[in-house]
Design a protein around this ligand. Sequence first.
Ligand code: ADP
Ligand code: MG
Length: 254
Amino acid sequence: MPLLVLKNLSHIYHSPSGETEALKDITLSVNEHEFVSIVGPSGCGKSTLLSILAGLLEPSSGEVIIGDQKLAEAKDLIALMPQRDQLFEWRNILKNVILSPEIKRNKTPEVIEYAKKLLEKYGLKDFMYKKPSELSGGMRQRAALIRTLVGAPKLLLLDEPFSALDFQTRLAVCDDVANIIAEEKKTAILVTHDISEAISMSTKVVVLTERPARIKTIYNIELDRTIPPLKRREQKSFNVYFRNVWKDLEVSNE
Ligand code: ADP
Ligand code: MG
């Protein structure tokens, strides 16, 4: 049984200046432990789709099923990692990581232990009591990811999480994030406009059309998942996937 099923999702924004059709008839299923990337022209509706999956926006029509539950009943199974790391400078890293359980009045000793365990496991033991500004860009991103893991979600939603990073850091952080998500056995949906990033990190790449976003093509990516994403870029079929996705996007930009 798939973990996530999107059935004929459509969305139209209504505003005083008129209507904007953002999504049209999106049908997709995602299995447990898959890593799905979504690419598409800017403004096509990618963030709209993630907002719906995160339960922040009600779709105009269609439905989202998680396991055997409706989305509204399964919100705890999903965590969204935003574009900026949104770490608060006035809280140390550990306190940032447990912010969400704290707000939900769910900050049990077990949650704190789990947060500490994750920070230790992923190399942030010595930074637990430091302020965000004392960490490198890559470490901040790792802390932001650990924050999304603390509530033990099954599905992680990542909306262009690397766009604020410089190129070199971005490559390292991609490997880092892919490794943590695989190691923690999570399912992930990543929105990115970087084709190489999408192909190298994913089991599946979904290409969307211009707005209103429809599904143009779905690629099953069969690169060696025992090596890190950066290394996967050196595999022969990587270039074939790249050219195909590139062509899809080129056509939809015309
Ligand atoms: P993407 O993430 O692919 O760049 P978005 O999902 O953010 O695209 O936006 C898709 C379209 O919907 C854009 O034309 C955007 O201007 C419009 N849009 C996004 N949010 C709103 C909103 N709250 N109200 C009205 N229109 C919106
Ligand atoms: Mg967006």
